[in-house]
Design a protein around this ligand. Structure first.
Ligand code: ADP
Ligand code: MG
Length: 319
């Protein structure tokens, strides 16, 4: 870019200093519970390559309860499987609670799945063993880990089931529970070994909205009571609308996010204010919403101008 206006150059010199100051600051992902840096996952099926993740960046803070949204096929489950330690990315970097997901050997991977992450899947049947009661299902991960005595396991199982409002299901097997009860028991199972992170892939996808609401309330409870960092993939607008942060994935990349906060006006009235942001990735890429680019007839080329406090994107007037 040689054809820069003098005004913009002066601003650039200005910015240079700020940029240098930022570079000396903390590195990308420092202190984050989950840090994905340019994650790539390519699947090859019958000689055809599918780029499920195309350089995805994501940071999640400790103690956050956040949602991941996006159209079907955008790469959400691929990301969740990687974070769950069930799949390995093709390229990029990912750490969860300080564990490097690309560097783990089989033993470390097993420990990671047992101690560091818990997960809840959409299919209720995938979360629970059918021949065990709710209490036995919750006690099982503790038993497999082998650090908790039998009496304490039963006690903790009941504590978790009570916290999530399903203590009455303790002696029931999955087929004797409703879908919503099964999912809440599944959350208790996922929390049994006190994981740092709880992952859920469309946990309310098979439920009606009222039941989905109850299951979401159980996630919130776990987040508030135990401080567990929680990432929920959801299609459910009601769920996405209840978290402070929801990140949208488009074509295997994080494209935008909505932040919500409570504002109190002069009369003391509380209201939820939502604001949508675009994601600027580590390579400086930005996805512009189709409504915006179409409204101004932008295609292929756009003009970028650096202003003192913003960057302008204009239609290419040369074409
Ligand atoms: P989402 O969960 O957002 O619906 P997925 O992560 O399941 O999306 O899939 C993203 C893309 O990767 C899709 O095009 C899907 O067909 C493809 N994909 C996912 N898993 C595999 C696999 N095991 N083999 C081949 N392609 C896959
Ligand atoms: Mg999926």
């Amino acid at each position: 870019m040689t054809d820069t206006t003098p005004g913009a150059l002066a601003t650039l010199a200005d910015l240079e200093q700020r940029v240098t100051a930022r570079r000396d600051g903390p590195a990308y992902g420092d202190g984050a519970m989950i840090a994905c840096d340019r994650l790539v996952r390519i699947f090859t099926a019958d000689g055809v390559e599918v780029q499920a993740l195309q350089g995805l960046d994501l940071l999640v803070r400790e103690g956050e309860l956040m949602a991941l949204v996006g159209a079907s096929g955008s790469g959400k489950s691929t990301l969740m499987n990687i974070l769950a330690g069930l799949d390995v990315p093709t390229a990029g970097a990912a750490t969860v609670a300080g564990c490097d997901l690309l560097a783990m050997d089989a033993k470390a991977r097993l420990r990671y799945r047992r101690d560091v992450v818990g997960f809840v899947w959409q299919q209720t049947a995938r979360n629970l063993l059918p021949y065990l009661t709710a209490a036995q299902n919750v006690a099982l991960p503790m038993q497999l880990r082998g650090r908790t005595k039998r009496g304490r396991r039963a006690e903790r199982a009941l504590e978790l089931l009570s916290m999530l409002g399903v203590a009455d299901c303790r002696d029931r097997r999955p087929h004797q529970m409703s879908g919503g009860q099964q999912q809440r028991v599944a959350i208790a199972v996922a929390l049994a070994n006190s994981p740092s992170v709880l992952l859920a892939d469309e946990p309310t996808g098979e439920l009606d909205s009222a039941t989905g609401e109850q299951v979401f309330a159980a996630f919130r409870r776990a987040n508030e009571e135990l401080g567990t960092t929680i990432v929920i993939v959801t299609h459910d607008q009601a769920v996405a609308g209840e978290v402070r942060r929801s990140v949208a994935i488009r074509d295997g990349r994080t494209s935008s996010e909505v932040l919500r906060r409570t504002e109190v006006d002069a009369e003391g009235q509380e209201s939820m204010v939502a604001r949508e942001y675009a994601t600027l990735d580590r390579a400086g890429r930005l996805q512009l919403p189709a409504e915006y680019t179409e409204a101004l007839g932008m295609r292929h080329r756009v003009l970028l101008e650096l202003e003192p406090d913003h960057i302008a994107v204009r239609p290419d007037d040369a074409s």
